[in-house]
Design a protein around this ligand. Structure first.
Ligand code: ADP
Ligand code: MG
Length: 689
């Protein structure tokens, strides 16, 4: 099998062996195939190296010359190694700080190549340039051509990497087989796969590396989209429940809700109803910024299911949130005679058994819960509608497990971390997407300020004024995994200090994840009902908590939190008409990245803009956590850079699935093989497997 040869462990390639294989492993390269996809960081044109006399000051230049002198000096900043390099036109001094070992590496008379920025000191200089020693016979690999510069890891010199990679490419490229249908390749003027891989590593052949990269990025998105298209194909073909969507329960609940739906909520509810009415399982993602009013839409949809004599379940990521949904659902629905159950790990014994029995009997009801809902002992006799709230907190498998509690139920996943369109297309390509792109009326932007320690007295004064008006405030103490114990202590101390000091005339409450559920519930209840005025909390309140009278949030050590987390936290205030405020307490000097995050919070309020920024700062891998998403890795493609390629590849993939829904055509058999391999951890590709 052609693919098999490329699976050869890199260790067995000529000149590698077990020790060097370890160096490759550090770069994520285990097999020949991985090595073929190891992209150079950059290229250096060494066909016509510049004479030293012609280098430009302030520019990155590559020169080649002979070592005229080498020496180690001690300076106040530590050892300084200097090398004088000369060619027929002049001299240049290269300097390295704190790398005394270099002394052993260079000898007079040796040929070297240097790459670095040219500075003007006493003469021409380069500080800490990249270097390569040239040896006889190097002409074909290391100079005289455009050479690839591979990512380095300790113990792996550029020369060594390049020599081995040349062997790998020369030996194995002839065995690379193309899997992309010719028609697709031709339509988008893509290189063949062997040509692309060749060009990536030996760019002075016929094809340039940018063109090669385009082909490889296309592959990434094509294989990703193909998997998604097949998954989607499968659900489109399945029979599901056709609900009757006229529902008097939903109408009554809406009347009791007390506000008219916003046009955005109307639009989204109509989309959901349309899906529900169809005899196919719904698979819809509802994106809406924090506070946009997703919950009521979710409740109304669940009521339609209940009105059709089905059970509906909503799963939330935390107990606090589940409890809150339960309180709201019960307040709205119990008077209509709808049964509402809460199922979390804190609900035990007889209470739990009663609920389990009801669900198993198939009584039409709304079940609200946490992960507890997907445990094996929980069985629904008639689960017809499933909602996953704050879906980014759940993995694919957890979602799948809740869905599997019913027989092809309709599924709505909700997220308050709206993601940019390109990313949504990629990650949620198998879902239909609804967007709540409008806030309920009367909302004002939360005024956001960055503060320092010295501002504290004035800040507390301001908070006291707000509390006196009957409003409420959060103080968030970040709890970070690595320093959890100390962070927790800090939160407890903060609560005490505030209660005994500036806020002695008010009631201060404390909420953190280590508390028992009953304690949490009591504190949350006190805050919701206004008996507690100021709530000191760890990041447990991050998702979903809704207390409309809260207008101030102070986030301590805000620079330690991620952007989407900050946005979620800020979303705890400004949930009604009053002007709300968010204060970010930061240390005076921040890393560049932290600085960017804090600035983004001050300048941006729209969740989409924040997500985009977050994606930009963190990069898509980190942003989404591919493992969690269950999607194959992108080897080359970038969701930020390659939007156009992504769209083209996606169109082709969906087109292909329409023509050959099971990839049965003989000319697609190799493609199918490659696809299954890329998606090996993914789920739901049973259609073709
Ligand atoms: P999220 O989308 O973050 O889950 P919620 O559903 O919790 O937001 O809604 C935020 C707040 O807005 C809640 O207090 C809710 O009652 C209120 N709300 C929702 N829809 C409307 C509406 N159409 N008019 C007025 N207030 C609304
Ligand atoms: Mg919510």
């Amino acid at each position: 099998m052609a693919l098999g040869d490329l699976k050869l462990p890199i260790q067995y390639v000529k000149g590698v062996g077990p020790r060097r294989a370890e160096l490759f492993a550090r770069l994520g390269v285990h097999t020949v195939e991985d090595a073929l996809y190891l992209l150079p960081n950059r290229y250096e044109d060494r066909r016509h190296l510049k004479l030293i006399a012609h280098v430009r000051i302030g520019e990155q230049e590559t020169i080649r010359g002979e070592v005229l002198a080498a020496g180690l000096k001690n300076t106040r900043k530590g050892p300084l190694f200097e090398l004088v390099i000369g060619d027929s036109s002049g001299k240049l001094v290269a300097k390295w700080f704190n790398q005394a070992y270099l002394k052993k590496r260079f000898k007079r008379g040796q040929e070297v190549i240097l790459w670095g920025k040219v500075l003007l000191g006493l003469g021409l200089e380069m500080v800490n340039p990249d270097y390569e020693l040239l040896e006889p016979g190097d002409e074909q690999i290391h100079t005289g051509r455009i050479v690839p510069i591979y990512p380095l890891t300790q113990g792996f010199s550029p020369r060594l990497a390049r020599s081995i990679m040349k062997t790998v490419v020369d030996t194995f490229v002839p065995q690379v087989r193309d899997f992309l249908p010719d028609t697709v390749r031709e339509r988008h003027s893509l290189l063949s796969l062997p040509a692309a891989i060749e060009a990536i590593h030996s760019p002075d052949g016929h094809d340039d590396p940018e063109k090669a990269r385009r082909r490889l990025a296309f592959d990434d998105f094509f294989l990703l989209s193909l998997g998604i298209a097949l998954r989607r194909q499968e659900t489109v073909e399945e029979a599901g429940i056709a609900f009757k969507v006229e529902s008097s329960l939903a109408d009554q609940a809406l009347a009791r809700f007390g506000y008219p739906l916003t046009p955005a909520q109307e639009k989204v509810l109509a989309q959901i109803k349309e899906d529900m009415a169809r005899p196919r399982p719904m698979n819809r993602l509802l994106q809406g910024d924090v506070g946009s009013g997703k919950t009521i839409v979710a409740f109304l949809a669940m009521l339609i299911a209940v009105d059709n004599d089905y059970q509906a379940a909503i799963m939330a990521p935390t107990e606090i949130l589940a409890e809150q949904h339960f309180i709201r659902a019960e307040r709205l629905l119990a008077p209509l005679g709808v049964k509402v159950f809460l199922l979390t790990s804190s609900i035990k014994g007889k209470d739990r058994q009663v609920i389990l029995d009801e669900l198993q009997r198939g009584s039409p009801a709304v079940a609200v819960g946490t992960h507890a809902l997907i445990q094996e002992e929980v069985q629904f006799a008639r689960l017809g509608f499933v909602i996953i709230d704050e879906q980014h907190r759940f993995g694919v498998l957890q979602r799948a497990r809740l869905r599997a509690k019913g027989y092809r139920p309709d599924v709505l996943v909700m997220t308050a971390t709206p993601i940019p369109r390109t990313l949504a297309l990629t990650v949620y390509g198998d879902l239909d997407i609804s967007v709540l792109d409008e806030m309920p009326p009367g909302r004002q932007t939360v005024k956001t300020y960055r503060l320092k320690e010295a501002d504290r007295p004035r800040l507390y004064q301001f908070m006291i004024e707000e509390l006196k008006k009957g409003r409420h405030a959060y103080v968030i103490c970040p709890l970070i995994e690595e320093s959890e114990k100390e962070d927790l202590k800090a939160a407890i101390k903060t609560a005490n200090d505030l209660q005994e000091g500036p806020f002695k005339d008010f009631q201060v409450g404390l909420l953190h994840g280590r508390m028992k559920f009953e304690e949490k519930e009591a504190v949350m209840g006190g805050f919701r009902e206004g008996r507690i005025h100021l709530l000191v909390a760890t990041t447990v309140v991050e998702v979903g908590v809704d207390v409309p009278t809260a207008t101030v949030i102070l986030i301590e050590q805000a620079d330690r939190l991620g952007l989407s987390q900050l946005h979620q936290l800020r979303g705890r205030v400004g949930r009604a008409g009053d002007q709300a405020y968010c204060f970010l307490m930061t240390s005076p000097r921040l890393s560049e990245e932290a600085e960017e995050r804090v600035q983004a919070m001050v300048n941006l309020s729209d969740g989409f803009a924040i997500s985009e920024k977050d994606l930009e700062i963190r990069g898509p891998g980190d942003f989404f956590g591919t493992r969690q998403s269950g999607l194959p890795d992108l080897k080359v493609g970038s969701i930020l850079r390659d939007v156009r390629i992504l769209e083209q590849a996606r169109t082709e993939a969906f087109h292909l699935v329409q023509e050959d829904p099971r990839l049965q055509a003989p000319e697609h058999s190799f493609l199918k093989e490659v696809l299954l391999e890329r998606w090996r951890d993914g789920i739901g590709l049973g259609v073709i497997g």
